[in-house]
Design a protein around this ligand. Sequence first.
Ligand code: HEM
Length: 109
Amino acid sequence: EIGDAESGEKIFRKCASCHQVGKGAEHRIGPHLNGIFGRKAGTVDGYERYSEGLVRAGNDGLVWSLEKLHAYLENPKYLVSGTRMNFAGLKDQQDRADVLAYLRRFSDN
Ligand code: HEM
């Protein structure tokens, strides 16, 4: 699943109403997305507004692999019951691959 990070940067505009990523990124409506790959769900430092559903999913073992991020972005409430991320989802597989390739630039994992 190879994504195009350049295309993903444009697709990220759909996320940017709620999320920041990159140098100096801060929490907004949603947590910043630096270092998201490989992290346990619902555990970004300093973000205080996680839903119970997302915290529970993390405690039940949800770790943000490429595969899990695909599933969450396709249909957030299907992967994580009760998530507060009010986003219809990216239904196009290539769009998801592209935005995830972009986000991966800001992750060590
Ligand atoms: C959570 C990605 C769009 C609001 C998350 C998480 C990821 C993510 C990976 C989990 C964070 C974690 O576990 O620490 C994205 C991407 C988007 C997008 C890539 C665009 C394709 C949006 C939009 C909104 C939003 C448009 C606001 C309408 C939130 C909120 C959370 C969240 C509030 C916390 C959810 C909870 O606690 O249940 N997002 N998101 N996101 N996102 Fe998004």
